[in-house]
Design a binder for this molecule. Structure first.
Ligand code: ACO
Length: 346
């Protein structure tokens, strides 16, 4: 068993105190990332066998060419994806499972209503029993909400490391009778091990909620709605193209840095056209905003950490890079923040 790397509570509080006045929550360093995709790859042509659609319609309107769905008969589900992504993030970070003090899972498709996926990860990964384990439901903004929460908790906790996961099994809540939504979503998970960054520009976190259960909603037991995701695509498109550029701009303003001082923008992958609008409005270099929606589809809370991990593994995000993360989704919610990449070995 590795030696405990708790930091004194007072030191952590001092970090929080220093950062609060200028930028809110203290900054985070990402020590390692991981991700997991299930085994069933579903191309647009496969979708066209199931619903009346075409590769041309889906790819020109969304940028999606394929997505992955869980094979439940093979034991794949939201929890197994979360555990796999988390194990990879721990291995990449060099932090042992028993050093994790906070475990947050962003999801709106947990395996059970309770216990939370985060609590089950305590057992699946061998996290210590004094780890604070909690699921966060802020739909596609969930991973960034969870990072902000982790930063706040680490600043008042004696533990040094947090594990933050985004994991979804959206194939379970898709209405295959609604071709305008079922073609958009995929399953997956992404994870990051983080610690407080006492020297960077702070998390510069921005978030928001606008209560709305018409534009984007998944029903369930006890509600009058069917247990599927239903969406007014045009309304969500208008919302997304408003909040994604606005919240990214606000993150930069809070950090006091210009757009070119950010190495990568990792935007929620809902629709390539939404990201393209944000890139244009913000005058960003498109090469710094590349996505992965072509092969993942929209994986909601998993999308931001999944893309971050793919960029790290491709060597496109490196040690010391500053990365803006931003998401938006059902709630309606949005959130953005700035993180620094730690020693990634790439
Ligand atoms: N294949 C073929 N035709 C289709 C399909 C399909 N899969 N779906 C809809 N159509 C048809 C419609 O029936 C309609 O036909 P009509 O003109 O004869 O009536 C036509 O295509 C246009 O339909 P629209 O819904 O108006 O298509 P639109 O151009 O708005 O694109 C889309 C739809 C892609 C969903 C877009 O609105 C969008 O991307 N919205 C944002 C979605 C999003 O970002 N969600 C993120 C949040 S998810 C979360 O938080 C969990």
């Amino acid at each position: 068993m590795m030696a405990s790397r708790h930091v004194p509570g007072r030191a952590a509080l001092a970090v929080a105190e220093r950062s609060r006045g200028a930028v809110g929550a203290p900054g985070l360093t990402v020590l390692g990332c991981g991700s997991a995709l299930p085994g069933r790859r579903i191309t647009n042509d496969d979708m066209a066998q199931m619903v009346e659609t075409s590769d041309e319609w889906i790819s020109t309107r969304t940028g999606i060419r394929a997505r992955y769905w869980c094979d439940r008969a093979a034991g794949e589900n939201q929890r197994s994806l979360a555990a796999e992504a988390a194990r990879r993030a721990l291995a990449a970070s060099g932090v042992a499972a028993d050093e994790i003090g906070i475990c947050l899972v962003a999801t709106f498709t947990p395996e059970h209503a309770t216990p939370s996926t985060a609590c089950l990860l305590q057992r699946d990964l061998g996290l210590p029993e004094d780890a604070l384990c909690l699921d966060v439901n802020a739909a596609c903004a969930g991973f960034v909400y969870a990072l902000y929460t982790a930063s706040c908790l680490l600043s008042v906790d004696s533990h040094r490391f947090a594990l933050v996961v985004g994991a979804e099994e959206l194939s379970r809540v898709m209405d295959m009778g609604d071709r305008s939504t079922c073609v958009l979503f995929g399953d997956g998970a992404g994870a990051a091990v983080v610690e407080l960054d006492p020297v960077g520009p702070g998390l510069s976190a921005v978030w928001g909620s606008r209560g709305n259960d018409d534009a984007l909603v998944a029903g369930g037991p006890g509600t009058e709605r069917p247990p599927y995701l239903a969406m007014d695509g045009r309304a969500v498109f208008r919302f997304a193209t408003e909040v994604l550029p606005a919240c990214t701009k606000e993150v930069l303003a809070r950090a006091g840095i210009g757009p070119d001082e950010v190495d990568r923008y990792v935007f929620h992958q809902a629709n390539k056209r939404i990201v393209d609008v944000a890139v244009r409005k913000l005058h960003l270099d498109p090469a710094r905003c590349a996505g992965n929606i072509d092969h993942t589809g929209n994986t909601s809370a998993a999308s931001v950490p999944l893309l971050l991990d793919e960029l790290v593994r491709a060597g496109e995000v490196r040690s010391g890079d500053r990365v803006v993360l931003a998401g938006f989704g059902a709630g309606l919610t949005w959130a953005g923040c700035l993180v620094t990449m730690g020693p990634l070995g790439n």
